[in-house]
Design a protein around this ligand. Structure first.
Ligand SMILES: [Zn+2]
Length: 641
């Protein structure tokens, strides 16, 4: 009765909002629903839930332009340690961690698109309080699922492993050491009453620092699994060898975590994992990032399991030494490296992960009626998984939880003595996503019919036209957002100077109100740039490009001498510089091309002399050619065009 009433209320409310302004709309976006791709759609959000995904245009109070971007279900990290081995080991250290670090680490997860996280082995009372604080909005961070302590043998991992460093409080809260079936059932029951979301067992901990960790007695393990099922909880098991994996699955465990570290000896394990209620969580990043040989072994098992149809789960096993949030993206990338297609790897952190944690009716898929937990990234991770690192916005429960474009409320603009924002330093476009891959980066360029063949003709021909081979960097804007080398910004109050790594070319941009020279008198590979300030944004206008075709990237994207480029630089955080680009080119582009990137500040010890093209070679004249400039000799590799 109560349920029916709520459903009726929800329906009438929906029909009203259909005619009103929507809460939030992501328009013109490529969608990965968690199951399949939709090339272009609008996602409509109302009341914290997705109400529509369609090609029909829609407006919203919050409108996110999805052009050149991809929307995915918020990511689910099914294996994370929020405190254990992160907070320190004693109760005092843990309390201190909550006060000083917890919020920052939870936000780092959100910033990377992780909207749900399952905590393992964290002290029950504390993690349940964190879950409450997140639900009530006292903390910002992912939706938290908890299992409490990890069931293990008396003296098993993690009770006596280095995790707790002998601290008794840590040992008693991180691990539930059980000796008998009765103990096992009693503790599962107690945790169920406390409201945990699942159960985690360390069945066979393997070998740590040369000491074999004690294995849980098989009947005790079976009792934990059985009691969990009776209480409606899914038990998963930490195992690192094949026989133990088979035993926990035979007992009815929902999934194995980590899995065998040795090559499989038969098809038995993959067969056991094939049942619908089984998952395999290999934790490649957590276990193999410093061990390439182990990666090869586990990658083989993952690839075989995937091919057979096993549900693979991406989970980070994040703890103190790993970057929260980012660790899950690394895991997804490693699954691709192991042989999963990007779409399958993304499923393992979305729709498959939702089934794994038993929340598939609420999260993990973008569809009407589902929670509006949405990750929007720049680019297309379905074609290039590294684009997953290019977070644009994260929507949680229908609200913008992270916006890469917006300055944070606490950010104070650093300024020069003359009041100009101080943008000086070493910068690089989103690291790890640029350059050299020959994938189409410049989404959104539309060529005129006459220009298309020139672009298409370039594809696959990397020999003489390879920009790096020429020591060329593809001119503006490639130097800023495509090539994987940093650049340094200087300001002297009148000029804005950009000094690039690799070809070591320098762009001097006067901000003194002067205008472009006559193109007959001056033109160049990088054109002529003039800057002015609009509020705290530096606007740079560039024309006067040299005659002839100019490559933008390895894909053959290009502009010609008629291009007019406007770049806008806005500092939006101590280490984030927003770069907005607008390009018109009446002889190449069918329409104005716009793009945005957020440049990241490089570490202090990074230096633009790290990489140089043609070390010692002084001739970079091809970067400064004028209309009547004739090169003295051909560059290596071919004719100059
Ligand atoms: Zn773990």
């Amino acid at each position: 009765m109560y349920r029916t009433m709520i459903a009726a209320l929800a329906l009438s409310w929906l029909s009203v909002t259909a005619y009103a302004q929507n809460d939030l709309v992501i328009s013109n976006v490529r969608v990965f629903t968690g199951q399949e791709q939709i090339e272009k759609a609008s996602i409509v959000v109302n009341g914290g839930k997705i109400t529509e995904i369609s090609a029909a245009p829609a407006t919203g109070r919050v409108l996110i332009d999805g052009e050149g971007k991809t929307a995915l279900p918020g990511l689910i990290d099914s294996h994370a340690h929020i405190f254990a081995a992160t907070a320190g080991v004693t109760e005092a250290e843990t309390r201190d961690f909550i006060r000083t670090k917890l919020q920052e680490r939870l936000l780092a997860m959100l910033r990377h698109g992780v909207t749900t996280v399952k905590s393992l082995g964290d002290p029950t009372d504390i993690i349940l309080q964190v879950r409450r604080d997140l639900r009530e909005g006292n903390l910002a961070g992912p939706r938290m699922l908890v299992v409490g302590p990890i069931f293990t043998a008396v003296g098993g991992h993690p009770a006596t492993s280095p995790v707790c460093q002998g601290d008794s409080w840590c040992r008693s809260t991180t691990a539930a050491e059980v000796a008998t079936e009765a103990d096992a059932r009693r503790i599962v029951g107690r945790l169920a009453d406390q409201g945990v979301d699942g159960i985690k067992i360390v069945y066979a901990g393997g070998v740590r620092e040369g000491i074999e960790m004690k294995k849980l007695a098989k009947p005790v393990m079976e009792a934990i699994v059985d009691e969990s099922r009776k209480r409606g909880l899914r038990a998963t098991a930490h195992v690192v060898d094949e026989p133990s994996s088979l035993e926990v699955l035979a007992a009815g465990a929902w999934g194995i975590e980590h899995g065998p570290s040795e090559p499989l000896t038969s098809n038995a394990l993959i067969g056991a994992l094939m049942k619908p209620a089984r998952s395999y969580t290999p934790t490649l990043y957590g276990n193999t990032r410093n061990n390439p040989a182990l990666f090869q072994v586990k990658a083989r098992t993952v690839a075989d399991a995937y091919k057979a149809g096993v549900r693979i789960i991406a989970a980070s096993d994040v703890s103190g030494a790993m970057p929260p949030g980012r660790a899950l993206l690394e895991e997804i990338q490693l699954l691709v490296k192991a042989g999963l297609p990007p779409e399958a790897a993304l499923r393992s952190a979305t729709s498959s992960a939702a089934v794994h944690v038993g929340k598939e009716k609420e999260i993990g898929t973008l569809a009407p009626g589902m929670m509006a937990d949405i990750l929007v990234v720049r680019g297309n991770p379905l074609a290039n998984i590294a684009d997953l690192f290019q977070t644009y916005q994260v929507i949680q429960n229908g609200r913008v939880a992270y916006n890469d474009d917006a300055p944070s409320a606490t950010f104070v603009m650093p300024r020069l003595k003359n009041g100009q924002p101080d943008l000086q330093g070493m910068w690089l476009g989103a690291p790890g996503t640029r350059g050299g891959n020959n994938h189409k980066l410049f989404d959104g360029i539309e060529y005129l019919p006459a220009a298309k063949p020139i672009q298409a003709d370039f594809e696959g021909r990397l020999g003489n036209d390879n920009l790096y081979f020429w020591c060329a960097t593809g001119s503006i804007p490639s130097q800023m957002i495509y090539i994987p080398f940093p650049f340094m910004l200087f300001q002297d109050g009148t000029n804005f100077v950009i000094f690039h790594e690799y070809a070591h070319d320098v762009r001097v941009i006067p901000t003194d109100g002067s205008s472009h020279p006559d193109p007959k008198k001056y033109s160049g590979m990088n054109g002529d740039s003039r800057g002015h300030w609009e509020g705290d944004t530096l606007v740079v206008d560039t024309t006067n490009f040299s005659k002839g075709r100019r490559r933008l990237n390895m894909h053959g994207d290009f502009l010609d001498e008629n291009s007019h480029i406007v770049e806008r630089f806005t500092l939006i955080g101590p280490d984030r510089l927003r770069y907005d680009l607008r390009v018109d080119d009446p002889t190449v582009l069918a329409k104005t091309w716009t793009a945005t990137d957020v440049l990241q500040r490089r570490p202090k010890d990074d230096w633009i002399m790290d990489t140089s093209c043609r070390e010692g070679e002084k001739d970079i004249s091809h970067l400064r050619e004028s209309p009547d400039y004739k090169p003295a000799s051909n560059p290596p590799g071919g004719e100059r065009k």
